[in-house]
Design a protein around this ligand. Structure first.
Ligand code: SF4
Length: 342
């Protein structure tokens, strides 16, 4: 008989299941708390649940059927996990720790592979396998919590996959993360390459995370060269969707912009980007390109041109940061670990 996966269930669903198996409601609450708040690794850890019922759980249920297949720990404390799902597919998830902040941020994957084919991305190059289910997304956080005994405080949908291409499952995962893991929606960020109709839809959701846009180019020509999504939803329609999103949600969006040496880091590009962003309430995150062997001929920008690009954007009144390189010694750029294991 197929075992019941408890990390699939909301609190009400868990209560219904436990009560229908002749236990009291408070027992369901104990189990819920062990899974979602106390990082229980197995039912035997649930010491205040009576032995006979633990035996029932062992026989009929699993917390999750996802497993940690590989773990790499960087010198800067970043931990990258390769998670294996029941059907043998794998995806990456990364725990980021910052010396100067109490935040523990988890970067989760939403798909195995990705259809979007951005040419600077190892995941895009390897193609698409399947969407992850809500509990497979949430299990990435649960497994990391079990492994480290830490409590994750922030979640970013920036791992493998395009989250808005798996809209229903990601929306349900956001709900589970919020209700079961008690992580505020203000501490969740969803990053998209720009699936325009889904940006309008997301703005109308009950739970709306901070939106990050992988823009990476200031105009149609450069963007279509590096991001095939531009051919379907061009930069002008994306601009309208972003203005609508920040008007509806009253939130700033984050603009992610990979600086590629000589391609999109010139003064002309900075000028076009300033024009593109002038009516969009946003912060800008510049990401110096990380050269990946065998992926493309793109070059890392030099430090001076990155600083100048930042300065030009700041002069236009925007808040700009340059993202610190994290986990560089453990292949923590998108898609690299899964690529190697494959
Ligand atoms: S950058 Fe993101 S959207 Fe683009 S191919 Fe990679 S995983 Fe997909």
């Amino acid at each position: 008989m197929e075992k019941i996966i408890l990390s699939k269930l909301s609190k009400d669903e868990l209560v219904d299941y436990i009560v229908s198996n002749n236990e009291k409601k408070y027992r369901a609450e104990q189990i819920f708390s062990w899974i979602w708040a106390k990082n229980a690794k197995s039912f035997d850890d649930m010491t205040d649940v009576k032995k006979e019922f633990r035996a029932f759980l062992n026989e009929n249920c699993l917390i999750t059927d996802c497993k940690i297949k590989q773990r790499q720990i960087s010198n800067d404390g970043t931990i990258k996990y390769l998670i294996e799902f029941k059907d043998g597919c794998v995806a990456e998830t990364v725990l980021m720790r910052f010396d100067n902040r109490a935040n523990l941020s988890m970067c989760v994957s939403s798909q195995v592979g990705c259809k979007m084919g951005c040419i600077f991305c190892a995941t895009g190059k390897n193609g698409f396998k399947r969407n992850l289910l809500p509990y497979e997304i949430v299990s990435q956080i649960l497994l990391c919590q079990m492994d480290t005994d830490l409590k994750i405080t922030n979640v970013v949908f920036m791992g493998q996959g395009e989250p808005l291409d798996n809209f229903e499952n990601v929306t349900r995962a956001i709900e589970l993360i919020n209700k079961n893991l008690q992580i505020s929606i203000r501490r969740m960020t969803l990053s998209t390459s720009g699936i325009v109709p889904k940006i309008y839809e997301l703005a109308k959701n009950n739970l709306v995370p901070t939106l990050a846009i992988s823009l990476h180019a200031p105009n149609h020509q450069i963007r279509k060269e590096i991001m095939p999504v531009e051919k379907r939803y061009d930069i002008n329609s994306l601009q309208r969707a972003l203005i609508d999103f920040s008007n509806q949600t009253k939130d700033r969006v984050t603009i992610e912009y990979i600086l590629i040496g000589g391609l999109n880091d010139t003064d002309k590009c900075a000028g076009e980007l300033i024009e593109f962003l002038k009516d969009i309430k946003c912060n800008i995150n510049l990401i110096p390109y990380n050269e990946v062997e065998g992926l493309s001929d793109f070059k890392k920008p030099d430090k001076k041109s990155s600083m100048r690009f930042k300065y030009l954007l700041e002069k236009s009144g925007k808040k700009v940061t340059i993202r610190l390189e994290r986990g560089a010694d453990i292949d923590a750029a998108c898609g690299q670990l899964a690529g190697k294991v494959k």
